[in-house]
Ligand binder design. Structure first.
Ligand code: S3P
Length: 192
């Protein structure tokens, strides 16, 4: 999808690898636009009544992907009904072909938040050490890098790639807003 094709859509979807900042950027972007923010993993947890690491431990990745796909379908129905929202997806969601197809067909702008693999690894390591953030697929530095290389090919199909390396959340939000032309819209999403 070429950058900015769907500027009229009153929603933005953030994708990217673990540690890309999808949740923190998504929350800040939602606040800036006056749109609600939703994290797909949190919605999966509410639906399944289990935390993501528990789903992986008890039922395996395949079951997690099934729940992820069903939850994404439900969410896209709401966006179709006109909900104004910034949505952050888990790192593996867009790498699943059936999810990518659904997302691309939705016409909602998809923003790939990117950073160098070393920085992504460091952010995940710090979040694990300081905030006990558990990521079932983080693995070790080598498997993390290998998974990133595979996933990146998928992420590059997004509407556009936003570099996040060394940038503050505030700066990233400002750049996404400018790239999508969202500053020209009011808090309800209308052109001003
Ligand atoms: C996953 C990333 C996680 C979460 C799940 C699977 C992945 O989300 O969806 O553990 O496959 O990369 P974050 O990208 O928010 O860590």
């Amino acid at each position: 999808m070429p950058p900015g094709r769907d500027l009229g859509a009153p929603a933005v979807i953030l994708i990217g690898f673990m540690g890309a900042g999808k949740t923190s950027v998504g929350r800040a972007l939602g606040e800036r636009l006056g749109w609600s923010f939703e994290d797909l993993d949190e919605r999966i947890e509410r639906r399944e009544r289990r935390k993501v690491p528990e789903i992986f431990r008890e039922s395996g990745e395949l079951e997690f992907r099934r729940a992820e796909h069903a939850t994404l379908r439900e969410l896209l129905q709401e966006l179709r009904a006109g909900a104004r929202r910034v949505v952050a997806l888990g790192g593996g969601a867009f790498a699943q072909e059936r999810n990518a197809r659904l997302l691309e067909a939705s016409g909602v702008p998809i923003v790939f938040l990117d950073a160098g693999v070393e920085e992504l690894w460091e952010r995940c390591r710090a979040q694990a050490d300081e905030h006990e953030v558990e990521r079932p697929l983080r693995g070790n530095r080598q498997t993390f890098g290998e998974l990133y290389a595979v996933r990146r090919q998928h992420y590059l199909k997004a509407s556009f790639r936003q570099e996040t390396g060394g940038k503050t959340v505030k700066k990233i939000v400002a750049e996404v807003i400018q790239a999508l032309g969202l500053e020209r819209r009011g808090r309800r999403g209308e052109k001003q």
